[in-house]
Design a protein around this ligand. Structure first.
Ligand SMILES: Nc1nc2c([nH]c(=O)n2[C@H]2C[C@H](O)[C@@H](COP(=O)(O)OP(=O)(O)OP(=O)(O)O)O2)c(=O)[nH]1
Ligand SMILES: [Mg+2]
Length: 129
């Protein structure tokens, strides 16, 4: 099964970083937590640090695992590790995404996320209340 990592990254204001996926791939134009597929020989934690560096040009520090889930998409089953992380340095750079935003937890409800993320978003909103 393909293993995907994603990070719930917060800044000094405790805003959360969300990214809108681009055209032409899976989950087109849906919002996601930044991340990607784990490569051979890499730990999930190494993967999320690498993906944030590659896709957003930012340094993060991983605080811990927030959730581990499996989601069945029509094309494939994906196993996810969602990490909680903190922005250490850099400003998120628009490279592979269509849009990038820092939002308050209660604002997450205004964005349409990838199906696998919906339960994560609901939990983040619940825990912010
Ligand atoms: N990064 C990320 N992917 C997610 C999330 N939720 C979700 O369903 N996905 C799906 C979309 C993709 O089908 C799959 C892998 O994500 P990806 O496209 O970012 O993988 P990647 O960065 O390694 O990119 P690529 O090399 O495969 O093009 O996981 C999420 O919150 N973050
Ligand atoms: Mg990615």
């Amino acid at each position: 099964m393909t293993h995907v990592t994603a990070a719930i990254i917060t800044n000094q204001d405790n805003d959360i970083l969300i990214c809108q996926r681009g055209a032409g791939g899976s989950c087109e134009y849906l919002w996601e937590f930044p991340g990607g597929k784990v490569e051979p020989g890499e730990t999930p934690e190494q993967c999320i640090v690498r993906e944030c560096q590659e896709e957003l040009k930012i340094k993060i520090t991983v605080q811990g695992v927030y959730a581990e889930t499996v989601h069945q998409y029509p094309e494939q089953e994906l196993a996810f590790t969602f990490f909680k992380a903190r922005l250490v340095s850099g400003t998120p750079h628009l490279g592979v995404h269509k849009q990038i935003k820092w939002v308050k937890p209660e604002e997450l409800t205004n964005y349409e996320f990838c199906p696998a993320d919906v339960e994560i978003v609901e939990r983040l909103i619940r825990e912010s209340n």
